[in-house]
Design a protein around this ligand. Structure first.
Ligand SMILES: [Zn+2]
Ligand SMILES: [Zn+2]
Length: 336
């Protein structure tokens, strides 16, 4: 399905198979050198067909694409980029912090990724019954079962604060780390419209976990980055937000305020919990509120939940409100 947003901007719904999100909105921006895409969609034959047909409905074709701007490296955004480049010769551009993630994913064998995940979950206090399926997969030589395991390496860097290569347009990159370390929004200055990727969505709180970096000790603070990035977008106050999921909307500062309040509440809840009893990230994830009861959360969702708990703990530590209990393994956190 295609929506004409006016002013030479369209969105194409590109389905994400077996995912409650439903689809990615791939945006098309008309430029003097041909269409520039913002994101490409999930790497699947049906998704590819939807993109190809959608571009035809916009009066162009995939072969005409001049360039692709990636808001971030996730497979529902970057999955089809390689195919688009093959079909068109278009350049692919991404922020270097996310390109680094792509490079790591391409180079690391799936086995290493599983080792990293198992170690991380064990250190966060995951019980054996949660780790058994992962250990079994590792022993059987299975890897991370995700499409786009060899995602395309971008050709260009998106430079924060600069205009991107969209001839005849003023489209400026805004670095909005948090959801991923190199997430960017793109501000179309004529009309003050913001392509917001996963940073700002009308009805979904984007996942904020720890950055998937085996080399990261305790230096990064993804939630802190995210909250700063949100405030940057509120100050920008775009007239219209064109997100990568759901639908276009107005009133970015109001939506930012809701998200800031949501995370402030989560931080306060966690701090109250560890003030009563020092706890592991896993125990805290169990007592946080999710979209369904903990017992009903699928295996993968629990991994995401514990990462979310850890991102909030990292923030509390940076604020001086929590600290790891010395010598605890798995690590427990106490109120500071
Ligand atoms: Zn994402
Ligand atoms: Zn997404």
């Amino acid at each position: 399905m295609v929506t004409d947003h006016g002013g030479g901007v369209w969105s194409v719904q590109v389905p994400i198979p077996d995912n409650p999100l439903g689809y990615t909105l791939v945006h098309l921006l008309d430029t003097d050198r041909g269409p520039v895409l913002v994101d490409t969609g999930w790497d699947d034959p049906d998704s590819w067909d939807a993109l190809v047909n959608g571009l035809a409905e916009c009066g162009t074709s995939v072969g005409e694409v001049y360039g692709v701007l990636l808001t971030h490296h996730h497979p529902d955004h970057h999955g089809l980029s390689g195919r688009v480049r093959e079909a068109s010769g278009a350049w692919l551009a991404m922020h270097p912090a996310d390109t680094a993630v792509v490079r790591r994913t391409r180079e690391a064998p799936a086995r290493l990724w599983l080792d990293y995940l198992i170690d991380k979950l064990a250190a966060a206090g995951a019980p054996d019954e949660h780790l058994v399926p992962l250990r079994t997969a590792r022993a059987a030589g299975r890897g991370r079962v995700l499409p786009g395991e060899r995602p395309a390496l971008p050709d260009r860097e998106i430079v924060p604060g600069e205009l991107v290569d969209a001839p005849g347009r003023r489209l400026r990159a805004i670095w909005t780390p948090g959801h991923t370390p190199g997430h960017v929004c793109l501000h179309l200055e004529e009309g003050r419209r913001l392509f917001s990727g996963d940073h700002l969505l009308p009805g979904i709180t984007p996942h904020i976990g720890l950055y998937e970096d085996p080399e990261d000790g305790t230096a990064s603070d993804p939630l802190g980055d995210y909250l700063d990035s949100l405030e940057r977008i509120a100050r920008l106050d775009p007239a219209e937000v064109l997100p990568a999921h759901q639908h276009a909307f107005a009133g970015a500062p109001d939506r930012v305020r809701e998200l800031l309040a949501h995370h402030a509440e989560r931080l306060a809840d966690l701090r109250a919990l560890i003030a009563v009893r020092p706890s592991t990230p896993w125990q805290l994830a169990e007592s946080m509120r999710w979209n369904r009861a903990w017992d009903e959360l699928p295996h993968r969702s629990r991994n995401i939940a514990v990462a979310e708990a850890e991102a909030h703990l990292r923030r509390l530590v940076k604020l001086g409100l929590a600290e790891p209990v010395a010598g605890s393994h798995p690590v427990r956190y106490a109120a500071a």
